[in-house]
Write a protein that binds this ligand. Structure first.
Ligand SMILES: [Zn+2]
Length: 362
């Protein structure tokens, strides 16, 4: 098969492709695949003209992600463990005979980010490629002389929530000490006092910075199998994470969570949380504009749990809602992850330093 004939079905699905050195999983020398990967048929054809023996790489981006097992019957075991059926999505078999699964991203799968998990004996178990990582496309030639093959030549489906649970259960984020939505608080902020006020029990600490809650305040009980429903608190910044997709507080910013807690409690927390937040938000260095300053104070629960990452932040000081335009880099508000993810799409430094090596399948 030529580069063009291998690449075309993926391009038609909307999955960006780029060439790999023939019979390898390695990008061409000096090739910046994060910038070059494309669904443009003309560009794909030009690569084919250059060398029809190129292998084809598929790039995980905002729309597609890949779950790659490096063990036999990896998906069968995952499905059995999670008590679900094997998902019927576009599936490939690697040169070594292992299953590679292509999914459409969901909000949940995007939040997982790239993950890679080893077996107790050290070999790789699976890797989840969510962002700027690549998968070798079916039809390409493995270095061992076998072809990557299509096992199910069908449309990718959205990644099932239970499979996201599986990935999350067995892996940790690239940097577990990082919280995408943590916001710096006042020096006078008292974490324990705030937890007491809302009646939230903390059962333990994970990675020094995650205060694991006894019951998730979003649902009033502990999500089964969860150690990842927690406040982020490093002594300076406060954040939030609930892994459970069905939870009303899943994916919410710390501001939204506090608004939710206030609504649930029927009164706002009286202690200090943010320092001079008005001044900070209006500081031109954050490129922020505030709107609706004269709105009424009460925030209904519906408001608290609506509109993730839409740039709406609840100001704890006075309950006003503001529209916040987020700067790149370190946002002062709780709505960072999308922005950071997007900027990473174009981070070629990462790709040059460790993208190709870390992305190699098998
Ligand atoms: Zn929850």
């Amino acid at each position: 098969m030529s580069f063009l004939s291998i690449a075309t079905p993926f391009v038609e699905l909307g999955i960006p492709v780029f060439p790999l050195t023939p019979k390898t999983k390695i990008p061409l020398s000096g090739f910046h695949f994060l910038e070059e990967a494309t669904i443009d048929p003309a560009k794909v054809a030009s690569w084919n003209d250059e060398n029809p023996d190129y292998n084809v790489a598929l790039l995980a981006n905002g729309e597609f992600c890949f779950l790659e097992f490096d063990v036999a019957k990896g998906m069968s075991a995952a499905a059995a463990e999670m008590e679900h059926e094997i998902p019927l999505t576009r599936t490939q078999v690697s040169g070594k005979g292992f299953g590679h699964y292509i999914f459409r991203h969901t909000e949940r799968s995007r939040a997982l980010g790239n993950r890679s998990v080893n077996l107790p004996d050290g070999g790789e178990w699976f890797s989840f490629r969510a962002d700027n990582k690549y998968l070798v496309g079916a039809g390409s030639l493995h270095p061992n002389g076998n072809y990557y093959q299509n096992a199910r030549d069908i449309e990718p489906i959205p990644m099932p929530g239970w499979l996201c649970d599986f990935v999350e259960k067995h892996s940790t984020p690239a940097n577990p000490k990082e919280c995408d939505n943590a916001v710096e608080v006042s020096e006078d902020f008292d974490f324990d006092d705030m937890m007491d006020f809302y009646g939230i029990g903390i059962v333990g600490e994970k990675d020094d910075v995650w205060q694991v809650v006894e019951e998730c305040p979003g649902v009033g009980y502990r999500h089964s199998g969860s150690t990842l429903t927690a406040f982020y608190w490093d002594g300076r910044s406060l954040g939030w994470s609930c892994f459970a997709q069905e939870c009303p507080l899943h994916g919410k910013s710390i501001g939204q969570v506090i608004a939710f807690l206030n609504a649930q409690k029927g009164e706002p927390y009286k202690g200090v949380i943010w320092e001079k937040r008005d001044d900070e938000l209006l500081d031109s260095k954050w490129d922020i504009e505030s709107l609706d300053d004269d709105e009424p104070h009460a925030v209904a629960p519906e408001d608290a749990v609506r509109g993730i990452g839409e740039g709406r932040e609840v100001d704890q000081c006075n309950g006003n809602r503001r529209r916040v335009r987020k700067p790149r880099g370190t946002p002062p508000c709780g709505c960072g992850p999308e922005i950071r993810k997007q900027s990473r799409l174009f981070d070629t430094k990462e790709s040059k330093q460790n993208g190709p090596v870390r992305s190699l399948p098998n």
